[in-house]
Design a protein around this ligand. Structure first.
Ligand SMILES: [Zn+2]
Length: 115
């Protein structure tokens, strides 16, 4: 991914509006590209400040850099969790197919279609 693409995704990242594959590529890029990370940080701070003003909460977090790091970690965890659930889904499908195949073979042997 190049910087232009990554910069175009910044606002969608902040709104948590990126599909999983783009989210992962985006995170890979910003974590290795300081200029895009700065860009993300700026947008993130602006977003958080407006959000906290709207919220009018007294316990607003002022350490935005830490907040962004937390957000990135959360996104990474989200990607991992999704990947694991896809893997589990794939394994279940394989098991299901194997079970059906075994039943079919058993039925065919019982009814002498094989042998
Ligand atoms: Zn970049």
């Amino acid at each position: 991914m190049d910087c232009q693409t990554a910069e175009g995704m910044v606002s969608r990242y902040i709104k948590h509006d990126l599909p999983l594959n783009e989210l992962e590529e985006f995170l890979d890029h910003v974590q290795n590209c300081s200029s895009c990370y700065d860009e993300l940080e700026t947008y993130f701070i602006v977003h958080e400040v407006t959000h906290q003003l709207d919220d009018d909460s007294s316990d607003s977090v002022l350490d935005f850099k830490k907040l962004l790091e937390q957000d990135i970690r959360k996104s990474r965890r989200y990607i991992r969790k999704k990947k694991v659930s896809w893997l589990m889904f794939g394994v279940s499908i394989c098991l299901l197919i194997a079970t059906i195949a075994a039943i079919l073979i058993f039925v065919m042997m019982e009814t002498n279609y094989i042998l």
